[in-house]
Design a protein around this ligand. Structure first.
Ligand code: C5P
Length: 298
């Protein structure tokens, strides 16, 4: 039996996020470029008779509302297991925040519990459970840089983009992803239009230059008009010398790219007086770094 162990559960940002239209199932067809970053929660796993989750954050639900418990139960059910686990979550990723924290926790739970319980689950078993848990969970079984299409869960890994000097800033605003999608008022998408747009998006990614290209997030216009504080975060970061900045997911986090450590540090210092903003100095985490940290072998 493996003794207890701890795994990181990394956050993601969306380097690009396009909403192509509304699907017939009511969800939205997306084209996004995900990137894992060094900001992470920690998950500790120990064998136990029961399945329990505890956390250093009192307000977090630790029952089935938490994706970690849902991931664990789905794995138990699929493999007919009766063994439990005591899982401890140390939370650092703002939630909600557009950084995929809950989905990342779900994927890290699947990876960790497969080892803890010694089950012969293939990666495609884990993928099919992840797909049920949330639109971003599938990405966290890959890590690095990857294109996400469909509801966001069809993942196509691409060459890692390396960005060592980034800041993520999360103002104290709760954006509901569901409401953000509704505000977009996207048109219904036909299959032909979707296929054409996907091709255009893919070629845009090939020429994407994180320091010079416009970083498009289709949620920005409507989320900024509902929550001007988030736009103020983006404008402030650009004013402090970031070479590029964009909102991640449906917000409220904004990430900014700096060309050198000195400028990033000076910006971080200048943000000291923004006491209601959470700030994280982060670097991109490549696919191999991600897999090594999670001891996740394909
Ligand atoms: O996947 P997640 O739980 O973050 O999605 C929250 C809500 O956002 C969904 O219930 C759905 O209303 C909306 N959504 C959508 N299209 C997507 C992903 C999410 O409309 N591709």
């Amino acid at each position: 039996m493996p003794p207890g162990f701890t795994l990181p559960s990394f956050a993601k940002i969306n380097l690009l996020l396009k909403i192509l239209g509304k699907r017939e199932d009511g969800f939205h067809e997306l084209f996004t470029v995900f990137q894992t970053v060094s900001l992470h929660d920690s998950l500790t796993f120990e064998l136990s008779d029961r399945l329990t989750l505890t956390s250093d954050r009192k307000y977090l639900p630790t029952d089935e509302r938490n994706l970690i418990i849902r991931a664990a139960k789905a794995l138990q059910q699929r493999f007919g297991l009766t063994t439990g686990a005591a899982i401890y979550l140390e939370k650092r990723i703002p939630s909600p925040g557009g950084l995929g924290g809950g989905s990342s926790n779900a994927a890290a739970a699947l990876i960790g519990l497969r080892t803890l319980w010694g089950i012969e689950a293939t990666n495609s078993d884990l993928q099919s459970i992840a797909a049920e848990l949330g639109s971003d969970a599938s990405f966290f079984l890959h890590g690095g840089t990857a294109i996400g299409t469909g509801r966001g869960g069809f993942i196509d890994p691409i060459d890692d983009m390396s960005e060592p000097y980034m800041l993520i800033v999360t103002p104290d605003v709760n954006v509901s992803t569901k409401t953000a999608f509704r505000r977009i008022n996207a048109a219904t998408l036909t299959k032909a239009a979707s296929n054409h747009t996907l091709q255009v998006c893919r070629s845009e990614v090939e020429s994407l230059d994180l320091r010079h290209s416009a970083l498009i997030n289709d949620f920005e216009a409507s989320v900024f008009s509902a929550y001007p504080e988030i736009e103020r975060v983006k404008d402030t970061l650009l004013g402090l010398g970031a070479v590029n900045a964009a909102m991640s997911g449906s917000g409220a986090s904004v990430f900014a790219i700096f060309d050198k450590e000195e400028t990033r540090q000076a910006a971080l210092k200048a943000l000291d007086n923004e006491v209601n903003w959470r700030k994280f100095a982060v670097a991109a985490i490549s696919r191999s770094e991600y897999r090594e940290a999670l001891k996740f072998v394909l």
